[in-house]
Design a binder for this molecule. Sequence first.
Ligand code: PHE
Length: 456
Amino acid sequence: MTKNDRANFGSKLGVILASAGSAVGLGNIWRFPYETGNHGGAAFILIYLACVLILGIPIMVSEFLIGRHSRANTAGAYQKLAPGTHWRWVGRMGVLAGFLILSYYSVVAGWTLEFIGEAVTDNFAGKTSADYINTFNSFSANPWRPVIWLMLFLFATHFIIVKGVEKGIEKSAKIMMPMLFVLLVILAACSISLPGSGAGLKFLLKPEWDKVNANVFLSAMGQAFFSLSLGMGCLCTYASYFKKDTNLTKTAFSVSIIDTFVAILAGLIIFPAAFSVGIQPDAGPSLIFITLPNVFQQAFSGIPLLAYIFSVMFYVLLAVAALTSTISMHEVVTAYLHEEFHLSRKRAASIVTGGCMFLGILCSLSLGVGRDYTIFGLNLFDLFDFVTAKIMLPLGGLCISLFTGWYLNKKIVWEEVSNNGTLKVTFYKLLIFILRFIAPIAISLIFIKELGFLKL
Ligand code: PHE
């Protein structure tokens, strides 16, 4: 494929929304609350915010500039910018990470479809928290239902991917993202108004620093990379479709701000509600699925129609947010197979969908019938999550910052960040300093402290 054959995003808003669509997803609404709950609340959130600001934004700018300059898939990008070197492994590792994340992420994305069904058939009405917990546990451990939803979700992703970049991705992101945002604000207000929600707010706002250890740092860093879709070439691949006049720094700030807002809003919905109805904040991956039905039922107990409408809307929008993220992961792997192995886009996409379906089914079963098979004490689902979010993405981020900070010709960096000198770039020196020193040192330190002896 030559430069000019590659597709482009149609508008500036499209660029931001598609990248934000990749970033905003289950990472914010499902993973952020349960990681926050597992790691003690406010202190985790503050470390997370620091990671977004200090590591996330600079590394996002790096991914953008690598992608736009090379106009290739993530592995091809390194080959173009650093021919004949080992840097291409950074791209390849990203492709592998994308493939693995897509596999287990689709399991949870499938759960959202089941919950759309529950909401539409008004199955949440009149139940207690204990009922919600039981229903969720028996559903996620069921050998069939989650598998069927997971397959359906991957088919939907596949369909959009083969329809092409601009039409599929941009259209869905433009309409649904703003709707999700508005609904989250309404739900946060409702959750905070529940009786006994104060304890949840305290959990979110009052840091307990004595509980902070290296594991909390690693988890917060992993969550920042996961939530911003960083470290695996996803935004690099998207940036290869950006136009020459896209302002990379501004886009990175906008995407990070939107993503962080959504995560914080999710926290403001989940914790006040969880404390209000007595669900433990460290319930793990099931947290939002057992807490939210309570929010809908209790906050709107006098107006069942509103409870109904909001719960249906919420799960539909959550599924769409997950879909804009699965599309972006799928695109990384599909673009790689399509461009590097000269397969047609359709065939490349089919391989990705088939492979993820296989691994996804194993991940789903590992929460039920296969729960006794563990590796390093983790079931397959948790293992995939651990290896990708806590090892591969931060490692990818480390390599990306070293690549841009040290290897890449600074003329290229400057040209991309300033759009050939047409933009005024305030933070250029700071950006380079962070990429050269701060990011590599911070990521390495966290790794060495927590994983130095790889105690999983
Ligand atoms: N950032 C996405 C989310 O928050 C997940 C994701 C991770 C997407 C890595 C692409 C790459 O849901």
